[in-house]
Design a protein around this ligand. Structure first.
Ligand SMILES: C[S@@+](CC[C@H](N)C(=O)[O-])C[C@H]1O[C@@H](n2cnc3c(N)ncnc32)[C@H](O)[C@@H]1O
Length: 216
């Protein structure tokens, strides 16, 4: 930490075009190494044979909500946070994602799950935006065979992979959902997607692009 502080001071005074290039290359390499490490960790954690039992796919809404509330309650106790968003929650500039186990209104997300189950759309979901604690990814795992999450912030995926149990049913794609290359990765991984849950970039153009490219 201290080294980094002094290093930054040093760079402030001695920054030249050459050091700027070195800095960029080092940053790029650090990001790449971190990405490879996360992918390795995901592969290692997928070996855990007990994961299947803990996060098994359910068909009854009661069981799904009960199991999920157990998870949100554990997060509440551990991190002293709220479980769900308040029904009158208004998104603000300040990021409060770490304050909630899941960034959804309880009644809304449970009603959405009811519709998914009624229509038997439970094979694959594509989610954009894991968030700080990854609440929706955990919830989808109780409903779907496969959960694919695209997340732009590597730190969120790293935290999730370290803290939660993962299996072959989890697919994480690190990157921007606006990128065609990232969306192509989804198409290469699964034949079709039953449900799209877009909770990352909510801009009209971005949402439209995902719907057109994935075409459910
Ligand atoms: C509202 S949070 C998601 C919360 C989560 N779905 C939940 O309910 O617990 C939004 C997340 O989307 C990610 N995000 C924002 N823009 C994105 C993009 N263009 N592509 C991928 N992820 C994005 C952010 O990094 C953040 O983690």
């Amino acid at each position: 930490m201290k080294f980094h502080k002094y290093y930054s001071y040093f760079l402030k005074f001695f920054r030249t075009p050459k050091t700027k290039i070195i800095e960029f290359v080092l940053y790029f390499m650090k990001q790449k190494i971190e990405m490879v490490m996360i992918q390795l960790l995901i592969k290692l954690k997928k070996f855990n044979p007990f994961t299947k039992k803990i996060w098994k796919k359910e068909t009854e809404l009661d069981i799904i909500t009960r199991k999920f509330e157990k998870w949100t309650n554990e997060k509440k106790q551990k991190y002293k946070i709220k479980e769900f968003l308040e029904p009158d929650f208004i998104p603000i500039e300040k990021d409060t994602s770490h304050c909630y186990a899941i960034q959804q209104v309880k009644k809304e997300i449970f009603e959405f799950a009811k519709i998914i189950l009624e229509r038997s759309l439970t094979h694959t979901i594509l989610e954009i935006g894991l968030g700080y604690h990854g609440g929706t990814h955990i919830f989808w795992k109780l409903i779907f065979d496969k959960v694919i999450t695209i997340e732009i912030d590597m730190k969120n995926i790293k935290r999730f992979v370290i803290n939660e149990n993962i299996s072959n049913r989890d697919i994480f794609i690190i990157g921007n959902s606006n990128s065609l290359e990232i969306l192509r990765k989804v198409i290469n991984k699964v034949k079709s997607v039953d449900v799209l849950f877009i909770d990352g970039n909510h801009k009209y153009g971005s949402v439209k692009k995902i719907i057109y490219c994935i075409g459910i």
